[in-house]
Design a protein around this ligand. Structure first.
Ligand code: PLZ
Length: 453
């Protein structure tokens, strides 16, 4: 039987197959892991220490020659596929032309074109402007700077289970202490937390009621008069792929509009076709004042953006925003190629298809496995929450055990969630059907193997 292959420009042609030639991790990876632990701070962890030499389509190939199925996309980054040929070619051309000038010194049109594209594609048809940065956290920080500058107010509200980054302000915005915050304080002041809509754990509280609950906390504990911005992930990522109940986001956004508060959607993880729309806010037609994007925007090159209402974006003084590398020409070239790939390869529709396949599969598993408390997600951003049967008590140990079994069998899976008990699936949108099916066979076997243990 012939194995489908994918041509990776400038790189190898990668057979689209799961192939294990050693244990995982193999001897070469283990040797590199030893060097890593001598040379790299232990504070930077590695989830699955197989050292990568190539990746593309739906696979990651390691130094030992193992080919693993990728259900993580480097945490929702390589949505168009790793080393997507279009992206690889665009970046190669740009490297040959020039690698950096600093947009604040002598600018270039790649930056402007990315800004134009974001202004056009993000939710809402009002006048928009953009600014480019390097990482999700940096962009979230800048969105808050813009909101504070525009409103002349200081307080910021984030939500339970929220994740926004690891810099000082974004640590403050992030909910979970370990591993993100513990021991790293003091944190930025004027950050407050409101309750999220979390249908699996919320009983009968519907979207509008959950919004009412959050708004009540905000009004009583912060006050709209002091509040510059509300920052929210329309589907939470690190916090557990929490999809708020319908109506929640819109009600919070409406309250912000009525109260002179900037509604900031953090679409760092959900953006660029991942959820089966170009942006997760599109699903319910929610129009944020500012939208923060990163990850999937540039196929793995570091790029992030804040896009929003022109009058808000222009509020800070001239020269008030920037950075040496923000909107680097290589990253901009990659982003333009990513947008082309999303459109021409029909990746929004592909995300929906992958999502349907994954949800069907997980729901079938759930039907006779009470440890799968909840199956949820949208598009190619799907999760199962593992619990003690018949309860909502998180079972993180089971999640870790099943993940380890998947890794050993050559499938890259990630966990997440406040309690570490959520199994998340983020395949590249270039994932072929046969590999997705095989990966879920592995997940099913790993779950079955732990039954009754
Ligand atoms: N906002 C919604 O998901 C990054 C973090 C992994 P950076 N999520 C992955 C880790 O353990 O560090 C993320 C996100 C949302 C902001 C960020 C931050 O983006 O590019 O990692 O800074």
């Amino acid at each position: 039987m012939s194995t489908p292959t994918i041509a990776v420009t400038g790189g190898p042609t990668l057979p689209q197959e799961r192939r294990l030639v050693t244990e995982v991790p193999g001897p070469r990876s283990r040797e590199l892991a030893e060097r890593k632990s001598a040379a790299v701070t232990n504070a930077v962890g590695t989830m699955l220490p197989v050292y990568t030499v190539a990746a593309g389509g739906g696979v990651v190939v390691d130094v030992d020659g193992n080919s693993l199925i990728d259900l993580g996309s480097g945490i929702a980054v390589t949505s168009v596929g790793n080393s997507n040929p279009r992206v690889a070619a665009a970046v190669a051309d740009q490297v040959a032309a020039f690698t950096h000038t600093c947009f604040m010194v002598t600018p270039y049109d790649g930056y402007v074109r990315v800004a134009e594209a974001l202004n056009r594609l993000t939710p809402g048809d009002h006048a928009k402007k953009s600014a480019l940065f390097n990482s999700g956290a940096e962009a979230v920080e800048n969105a808050v700077k813009i909101a504070r500058s525009a409103t002349r107010k200081q307080a910021v509200v984030a939500f339970d289970h929220g994740y926004h980054g690891r810099t000082n302000l974004t640590m403050a915005l992030t909910a979970k202490s370990m591993p993100y915050k513990s021991g790293f304080g003091p944190f930025a002041p004027e950050v407050y937390r409101a309750p999220m809509s979390y249908p699996f754990r919320d009983g009968d509280v519907d979207g509008p009621a959950a919004a009412h609950r959050a708004i009540d906390v905000i009004e009583k504990q912060v006050g709209a008069a002091n509040l510059a911005a509300v920052v929210i992930e329309p589907i939470q990522g690190e916090g557990g792929f929490v999809v708020p109940a319908p109506g929640f986001l819109q009600a919070v956004a409406d309250w912000c509009t009525a109260n002179g508060v900037v509604f900031i959607a953090d679409e760092v993880q959900t953006g660029f076709a991942r959820t089966g729309d170009l942006f997760a806010c599109d699903d319910e037609g929610v129009v944020p004042d500012l939208i923060v994007t990163a990850k999937g925007i540039a196929g793995g090159l570091p790029l992030a953006a804040v896009t929003g209402r022109a009058e808000l974006m222009d509020a800070p003084h001239a020269g008030g925003l920037g950075g040496t590398y923000g909107g680097n020409p290589l990253a901009c070239a990659a982003a333009l190629a990513v947008l082309e790939a999303i459109e021409e390869d029909g990746l929004v529709a592909r995300a929906r298809q992958l999502g349907t396949t994954m949800l069907d599969r997980l729901r079938a598993l759930q039907a006779d496995d009470p440890r799968i408390g909840d199956v949820r997600g949208r598009g190619a951003m799907v999760a199962m929450e593992l619990v003690v049967p018949g309860t909502t008590e998180p079972d993180a140990a089971l999640a870790a055990q099943v993940a380890a079994a998947c890794h050993a069998a050559g499938v890259v899976v990630l966990t997440c969630g406040t309690w570490g008990n959520v199994f998340r699936f983020l395949p590249p949108l270039s994932m072929p059907d046969h590999l997705l099916a095989e990966a879920f066979d592995v997940v099913a076997e790993a779950l079955a193997a732990t039954k009754g243990m």
